[in-house]
Design a protein around this ligand. Structure first.
Ligand SMILES: [Zn+2]
Length: 500
């Protein structure tokens, strides 16, 4: 029995979902994952046969709460809601075995808590199997997303699939999984390289005693006592179901520890502090948005509790301490997320009274846009939504002084539009990581633009391809394409409140 099955059944009954208005009690009150569940036709009493599918989600980041047999070819699947918070039902991740060769099935995922979805635009679940271990997206033509009268008019995502190898175990998920263990293995392998500009520390433990890792990437000289530090702080996976954020974050780390000359110059001038998994319990448990205890940690930055939100509490204390240290200049805070309704990579920023500060804030996303073909400046927006007051970006935007920039970096769960083509290109694990590498190298462009790094050894790369003159502040002030004023984006942003 997995950890979820053992958990106390502490569900809030009859909570209405803000998106659907549907009560979350009743059939959605699922608290455990299915465990090697063999689904046979109703009334069947004989021995299980090949083709009687066995569903399982009792593994790391697994999520499937219930399976209903509809016919030999069709099954209704129920997402197990976030632990201690039945409002959130989006992430799924389960395996199927005991299949027959050429067995065709339709799976209906029937209890999503969100209505808007990229499934309307061509997104599809990912699949792998024992003999084909690389995750791939299912063909979009096999996926249907519609309002279903049989399920209280909920939105249902159905997909058709044909099993082809009897001995394979198949695994299906909402998006490419990136588990807590995968991160631990990655960090272990980085540590083994004994790089003198890479440090890994234990910043704290989660409620279930998992590691909250803090990474520091910088040249040794920047860490000597008494040295002044320019700090860039990055966090990811506060929302556990947003697995693309981990690929982006790994891309950032891979680039910063690499031998790329841009990375070397950045390490000489900047201290990068990275918390790659802010909600390790939520990731382990297969939640979409919450921690073990059902908290959306990105709504608790104002007053995190050391016992209820220990990971957030530890990160906030560290940042507040840095902000109070006269030798530290905390220049960027970036929190990485994935977005369930928008395309591309893009950012959310804050709204300020002083116009000059507003314009300065637009510089970094503009530079990322030059470096990353999948990043959209026109989707980038700046807001002061009341519901987002407890987010890292909003809270730290109010705490840090006007030389600091705080952003949420979002990346689509599905795709990006590249160049002039209007055909969406689905993201892969590799292209998510590439976005991270492109964001990293943009820091050098930023610092050179502001004459904070004047390293001339890099004349052949860096800003020449952008053209310094194009990016002067004056030009930014005149051509604010995509830079929204606060009120406008509050209105526009309301449809995307579910994320970040
Ligand atoms: Zn998020």
């Amino acid at each position: 029995m997995c950890v979820l099955c053992k958990m106390e059944r502490k569900m809030e009954e009859n909570v209405r979902d803000p998106d659907t208005g549907v009560e979350a009690g009743g059939e959605d009150s699922l608290v455990g994952n299915v465990s090697k569940l063999q689904v046979t036709p109703p009334g069947y009493t004989g021995l299980p046969r090949k083709g009687h599918l066995v569903f399982d989600a009792c593994f790391e980041s697994g999520n499937l709460g219930r399976v209903d047999y509809i016919s030999e070819f069709e099954f209704d699947l129920f997402i197990r809601p976030d632990t201690c918070n039945p409002r959130f039902r989006v992430w799924f991740n389960f395996s199927v075995e005991n299949v027959r060769e050429s067995q065709r099935v339709i799976f209906n995922v029937v209890n999503f808590s969100k209505t808007k979805s990229l499934y309307r635009d061509g997104m599809s679940p990912v699949v792998k199997s024992t003999s084909r271990p690389k995750w791939q997206r299912l063909p979009a033509k096999n996926v249907y997303y519609y309002r279903c009268p049989d399920h209280r008019k909920n939105y249902v995502m159905s997909f058709a699939f044909c099993f082809d190898k009897e001995d394979d175990v198949y695994q299906f998920a909402y998006c490419y999984p990136y588990t807590y263990s995968r991160l631990q293995h990655y960090l272990d392998s980085l540590e083994k390289r004994n790089l003198d500009y890479f440090q890994r520390e234990l910043l704290g433990l989660s409620v279930q005693q998992r590691r909250l890792d803090l990474l520091t990437v910088t040249s040794r000289a920047n860490l000597r006592p008494g040295a002044d530090k320019k700090v860039v702080f990055l966090t990811a996976r506060v929302h556990p179901g947003e697995s693309p954020a981990s690929f982006v974050c790994q891309g950032v780390i891979d680039f910063l520890v690499s031998q790329n000359p841009v990375a070397r110059v950045l390490r000489d001038h900047v201290v990068f502090k990275i918390v790659p998994m802010l909600n390790p319990d939520g990731v382990y448990l297969g939640n979409y948005r919450c921690s073990l205890m059902g908290f959306d940690l990105n709504r608790h930055w104002q007053d995190p509790s050391p016992w209820a939100h220990p990971t957030l509490h530890a990160v906030k204390q560290l940042i507040v301490g840095m902000n109070d240290d006269p030798r530290v200049s905390l220049e960027f805070y970036i929190d990485v997320h994935a977005h369930s309704t928008m395309m591309n990579g893009f950012m959310y920023g804050n709204v300020f009274e002083e116009e000059e500060r507003v314009h300065r804030q637009a510089v970094f996303p503009r530079l990322v846009c030059h470096n990353a073909p999948d990043f959209s400046f026109s989707s980038t927006s700046f807001n002061r939504d009341v519901v987002k007051a407890g987010t890292g970006r909003r809270f730290l935007g109010g705490l840090l002084d006007d030389t600091s920039y705080c952003y949420t970096l979002e990346v689509s769960f599905y795709s990006y539009m590249a160049g002039v083509s209007s055909v969406p290109v689905p993201y892969t694990e590799e292209t998510y990581m590439k976005l991270g590498r492109n964001v990293s190298r943009t820091f050098l462009d930023y610092y050179r633009l502001n004459n904070l790094i004047t390293d001339n050894s890099l004349t052949h790369i860096g800003l020449t391809h952008i053209g310094r003159d194009v990016l002067s502040y004056g030009r930014l002030a005149n051509g604010q394409r995509g830079l929204q004023d606060g009120r406008k984006s509050e209105k526009r942003g309301s449809g995307n409140r579910g994320d970040c």
